[in-house]
Design a protein around this ligand. Structure first.
Ligand SMILES: *[C@@H]1O[C@H](CO)[C@@H](O)[C@H](O)[C@H]1NC(C)=O
Ligand SMILES: *[C@@H]1O[C@H](CO)[C@@H](O)[C@H](O)[C@H]1NC(C)=O
Ligand SMILES: CC(=O)N[C@H]1CO[C@H](CO)[C@@H](O)[C@@H]1O
Length: 194
């Protein structure tokens, strides 16, 4: 499988560029207040499915997040999702070669490989669309990646099998959900007509 080296290069190139972009977006704020916890709390409050713990620990670990505004945090979340997808592709590749799955399991893994390959490009394109200011399309695409994680998970569980990608699917679902929530918060709302 020759997919992964190119995804890794893409991911690392994008990481550098993104963090630079996130930093420059972040420093446009006059005061650099750390908004990570507050943002994660709002997202967890608004949604039954998003984890405050995963949100804050994921974002707190990236140093640029601390000086980022909402747009910067959304980019960090998308970059983390892309890194997860890249490493999960390598995991799926290993599982496919492990000879420990029957035909049903191999079929599920092949489906997941395709879902995750598509997800990588969807996230890359979402970043581009986000930077061009189309937050609606960004949200639609990030929610399609959440669906991809669910679909990968369901492949195994439909037959009552335990998915070997349960943790990976959960992490991707959460990271994209967090990105989606932050992009939503960053979306300018119609001013009330008063
Ligand atoms: C954010 O929350 C974490 C625990 O979730 C805590 O360790 C940290 O001190 C908090 N940071 C701020 C700035 O409140
Ligand atoms: C989240 O919900 C809790 C409990 O309802 C509330 O105390 C807290 O202020 C909320 N946080 C934010 C950031 O809205
Ligand atoms: C392999 C990898 O990058 N996994 C990460 C996916 O995202 C979660 C949540 O941020 C991390 O805890 C994992 O380490």
């Amino acid at each position: 499988m020759t997919l992964h080296p190119s995804f890794s290069c893409l991911s690392f190139g994008l990481l550098f560029w993104l963090l630079t972009t996130a930093l420059s977006l972040g420093t446009t704020r006059s005061s650099t207040k750390d908004i990570i916890n507050e943002t994660c709390e709002k997202c967890a409050n608004q949604s039954m499915i998003l984890s405050y713990g995963l949100c804050s620990s994921s974002l707190l670990a990236i140093s640029v997040s601390h000086s980022a505004n909402l747009e910067g945090l959304a980019l960090v979340a998308m970059e983390l999702a892309l890194e997860n997808v890249t490493s999960t592709l390598a995991t799926i590749d290993k599982l496919l070669g492990s000879e420990s799955f029957d035909n049903f399991g191999l079929g599920c893994l092949a489906d997941c490989l395709e879902l995750y390959s598509d997800a990588a490009w969807t996230i890359v394109n979402s970043v581009g669309v986000f930077l061009s200011g189309n937050y609606e399309v960004t949200r639609t695409w990030m929610s399609s990646v959440m669906e991809a994680a669910s679909t990968c998970q369901q492949g195994f569980t439909e037959r009552g099998e335990v998915s070997p990608l349960t943790q990976e699917n959960y992490n991707l679902f959460q990271l994209c959900g967090i990105a989606l929530c932050i992009v939503h918060m960053a979306t300018p709302h119609q001013p009330p007509s008063n």
